[in-house]
Ligand binder design. Structure first.
Ligand code: BG6
Ligand code: MG
Length: 212
């Protein structure tokens, strides 16, 4: 039985993936590397520091460790400028109805995100008060595909991981959910390993969730 749902943020509650992509593309251009959308798929769900490590590796760039903090700051400053106008109108289709459905069935809700900007974004979307727990990139040692973020959320909600359902849009997040022993809905096309794949959260029913 599902007693709690743990939501990824970027790409599930709102579509910030495009802003992460634009910001990383600007960083990659410093190394004369044209970051493709295909590359970007591999960065979804991955922490800021790990994402930079991947890009440096793909670009075969030589970057000393003392340049890293400035590059991370440059990326985040760019990203924050792009998301400055984020508001309730940027909540993805089906999300509000799905949250209402869970509340009507006394199902607990949390956010489990790799992003250090998660609390700020949830405020901008007007969604912060809808979650009993928010576990984000500020509070975990190992980010997705490690299960830590989802296990911490389950612990905070006081729900056994087998009774938790994760909603994810990234391969790294689906791996993390599975490693946590949880069921997972993949939002997007053909997400390998998901128990159910949907294009949006629109129209999901309580029975569907329980029989996943
Ligand atoms: C994840 C995104 O949710 O958070 C990644 O899918 C991003 O693209 C990661 O790199 C870290 O985000 P932030 O906001 O801490 O840089
Ligand atoms: Mg995501």
């Amino acid at each position: 039985m599902i007693k709690a749902v743990i939501f990824d943020l970027d790409g599930v509650l709102t579509d910030t993936a495009v802003y992460h992509y634009q910001s990383w593309k600007a960083i990659a251009s410093n190394f004369n590397y044209d970051l493709s959308e295909h590359d970007n798929e591999k960065l979804k769900g991955v922490s800021r520091a790990d994402s930079l490590r991947f890009i440096i590796e793909w670009a075969s760039a030589s970057v000393s460790s003392d340049q890293i903090p400035a590059l991370l700051k440059e990326k985040n400053d760019h990203y924050l400028r792009l998301i400055n106008d984020l508001s309730q109108s940027d909540i993805l289709p089906g999300v509000l109805d799905f949250l209402n459905l869970l509340e009507a069935n006394q199902c607990k809700k949390a956010v489990g995100s790799s992003s250090k900007n998660a609390p700020f974004i949830l405020e901008k979307l007007g969604l912060a008060h809808r979650f009993a727990a928010v576990i984000d990139g500020n509070g975990v040692k190992n980010t997705k595909p490690d299960p830590e973020v989802f296990l911490n959320a389950a612990e905070k909600l006081e729900v056994n991981p087998v009774n938790c359902l994760v909603v994810e849009d990234a391969p790294s997040g689906i791996q993390a959910a599975k490693a946590a022993g949880m069921k997972v809905i993949g939002v997007g096309l053909d997400l390998q390993g998901a128990d159910l794949c949907v294009s949006t959260l629109t129209g999901l029913t309580w029975d569907q969730i329980q029989n996943i």
